[in-house]
Structure formats: structure tokens, C-alpha cells
Design a protein around this ligand. Structure first.
Ligand code: ADE
Ligand code: ZN
Length: 356
């Protein structure tokens, strides 16, 4: 059965999906490495939490809010994204937000998630950092047993704010080092190169954080070079524009630097024209360690298995491409090597059971 995508009728059609495959893409074990918890905030939950906190959600109805999800570029999305998260105020709000994501992720075959959060977008509104982290970590801990999903938090600096603001945020985060695995960099890319944050990232690494960075989404390949050379990013988030630079592709391939690719996001934000023109297959064919992720699934029309199904249909990915993407997701994750082996074995058992 082929089903047309839900949220895209008026905007851009990003995918057709068909879950009746030999490999059930929703059951296929996978890790999600690029998802912003604030980007999982579904309109229904925005309204529930706005009402609970006595805040005007800014739209007359859930449908009116969803109708505003028609983006022309990254900034047009970020405006709506930051407006939506304004209603988050209490520890319970953050707990409910992360729990809702983890439930959806578990239903899409996610066994492990590395989840971004944007503390400055909360602390700048007066919500204490401790409140945000307590709510998110509470949800992660509860999901471990109930949903059998493990998860880490990645703190992202907003790159359109100053390096001083990022450093102040890092200082607040240091006592929470055991609850935050890595530091990342997101928000408006062009004009805010990784070099702006080199000193803050040096300090973060000295404090024991791993580092990742959004680069090469809207910004040029030079930003990917900077993320690697100046921020020592262990993964590049997006990185689709890396393909414009053959020397960069060669480095990413040789050093097996993971790219956390987000197909629906790239279409919705006009980074690529449509899914049929998405470079994911070229990335795999070039030997890159690419993974598939949802980025901001509440805004872009689907969660991670939906993204898998979209690229399978649009790019004609083979079963071995799909299995490689699932294995890449664990290889690129921050779990230890023993856990990586357990997850990759699970994929092998799953595919053996499916094909027998
Ligand atoms: N914050 C949330 N989604 C983002 C994206 N796709 N790029 C940069 N910053 C983001
Ligand atoms: Zn992102």
C-alpha cells in the first residue's frame, strides 16, 4: 500500500512511503543521531502545554498552527520553531516533550537516540538550565526500562548568538557533565562559521565533552572543514554540501567521519529540490558514513522510519543500502564498542529472520 504524506499537501510533497517491504523499515533496529527535542514538539502538545501554562499559543487552532509549517529556508523554519518552544516552562513540560519523542521513536525501531537540545532558547526566557535538564533526563531514564531505548543528550549552542553567550552556557553545563555526552552547534548557519566557536569548543573538549556540529546544511564546504579542524567535530550534522568539494569527500571517507543526514528536512528547507534529487545515495556510493535522521520531525512531515521509507522510494535504495544505513547509525553513535556490536548483531538477526 502506498500512502501519500500527511503534512505536505499544501507545502511540498516530500515523500511517498510504502512500509509493505521485505524489510519492515519501522521494525528495522536503528539509532537516531540528529533530532532536536524542540523539533519534536507536535502542534497538539504545544496546545496542551500552552493551556496548562496559561500561555497564548499564537494560533487559533492546531490546524492553523500546522498550516504555518510552510518554509522557504532554514531561517523561515527557525522563526516558527523558536516561537513554538516559548510555551515550555516547567520540568514536567520538558519531560512530556522528550517522552512523546521517545515513544514515537521506539515505535519506529529506534533503539538508541542522541538528542539535541538548545538551552539558550530556554534560559534566555528565564527557564533555569536545571529545569530543562531535569525534565529531559527524567524522560530518558524512564524510557530506558519502559521503551527499551537508550539515549544521550547533546547540548547545542545557538550559533547566531555570541561566543560569549555560548561560553556562559558551557560554564552552567559543566556540573551536568555526566548527563550530557557532547556539545553541538546549530541554528542559523550562514554568516556564523564554526571558527566563531573555536575557543568555546576547546574548553568543552578540555572538560570531557565530545563535539559535533551542524555544517554544510546551508553553509559552504569550508564550514565543514572548520568544524573538523577547529571544533574537532566527531560527526558532521547534515554535511550535504560536502559533495561540492572532492577533497573534503575524500577526507570524510578516509577518516570515516559520520554525516547525520536528514532527507525530509533538506527538502522542506529547500536545501535540495525534492527527495528524488537528494544526494544520500551518492554519499553512500562515495563510501561516506552517512546516516538517516529526522532533524525536526514535528515540522518536516515524518519521523526517522518515515525518512528511511521516503529515500527508499525516491532514490530506489536497495536492501543492502538500507541495512548499511542502519548499521552506520550505530557505528556513528557514541555508545561503546560492545554495545555497537550488540546492536549490529540485532540488525543481522532481524534481516536473517526477515529473509527466511
Ligand atoms: N535547529 C533545529 N533544526 C535545525 C536545523 N535543521 N539546522 C540548524 N539548526 C536547527
Ligand atoms: Zn539539525
Amino acid at each position: 500500500m502506498t500512502i501519500a504524506c500527511c503534512a505536505c499537501e499544501k507545502a511540498r510533497t516530500v515523500h511517498l512511503y510504502n512500509f509493505a517491504r521485505v524489510i519492515d523499515l519501522r521494525q528495522l533496529p536503528k539509532a537516531e543521531l540528529h533530532v532536536h527535542v524542540e523539533g519534536t514538539f507536535e502542534p497538539e502538545l504545544i496546545f496542551t502545554i500552552a493551556e496548562r501554562n496559561g500561555i497564548d499559543p499564537g494560533y487559533a487552532s492546531v490546524d492553523a498552527l500546522r498550516a504555518a509549517y510552510n518554509f522557504t529556508d532554514l531561517q523561515s523554519f527557525l522563526n516558527v520553531y523558536y516561537a513554538g518552544m516559548r510555551v515550555l516552562r516547567t520540568e514536567r513540560d520538558y519531560y512530556d516533550l522528550a517522552t512523546a519523542y521517545l515513544e514515537r521513536a521506539a515505535a519506529q525501531g529506534v533503539r538508541h537516540a542522541e538528542i539535541f537540545f538548545d538551552p539558550q532558547a530556554h534560559t534566555d526566557r528565564g527557564v533555569p538550565f536545571a529545569t530543562v535538564v531535569a525534565g529531559l533526563t527524567g524522560a530518558l531514564e524512564a524510557a530506558r526500562e519502559r521503551l527499551r531505548i537508550s539515549a544521550h543528550l547533546i547540548l547545542c549552542f545557538l550559533r547566531d548568538l555570541s561566543a560569549e553567550s555560548a561560553m556562559a552556557t558551557l560554564e552552567v553545563a559543566i556540573p551536568y557533565r555526566n548527563r550530557i555526552i557532547a556539545i553541538g552547534l546549530d541554528s542559523a548557519e550562514v554568516g556564523n562559521p564554526p571558527s566563531k566557536f573555536a575557543t568555546v569548543f576547546d574548553r568543552a573538549r578540555a572538560e570531557g565533552f565530545l563535539t559535533v556540529a551542524h555544517a554544510g546544511e546551508e553553509g559552504p564546504p569550508e564550514y565543514v572543514w572548520e568544524a573538523l579542524d577547529l571544533l574537532h567535530a566527531a560527526r558532521i550534522d547534515h554535511g550535504v554540501r560536502s559533495l561540492e568539494d572532492p577533497q573534503l569527500v575524500e577526507r570524510l571517507r578516509r577518516q570515516r567521519i559520520p554525516l547525520t543526514v536528514c532527507p525530509f528536512s533538506n527538502v522542506k528547507l529547500h536545501v535540495v529540490a525534492d527527495l528524488a534529487h537528494h544526494p544520500l545515495k551518492r554519499m553512500l556510493d562515495a563510501g561516506l558514513l552517512a546516516t538517516v535522521n529526522s532533524d525536526d520531525p514535528a515540522y518536516f512531515g515524518g519521523y526517522v522510519a518515515d525518512n528511511f521509507a521516503g529515500v527508499v522510494a525516491a532514490l530506489g535504495l536497495s536492501d543492502s543500502d538500507v541495512i548499511a544505513l542502519a548499521k552506520n547509525s550505530f557505528e556513528a553513535s557514541f555508545v561503546d564498542d560492545a554495545k555497537k556490536r550488540v546492536h549490529i548483531n540485532e540488525i543481522d538477526h532481524f534481516t536473517a529472520a526477515t529473509s527466511s
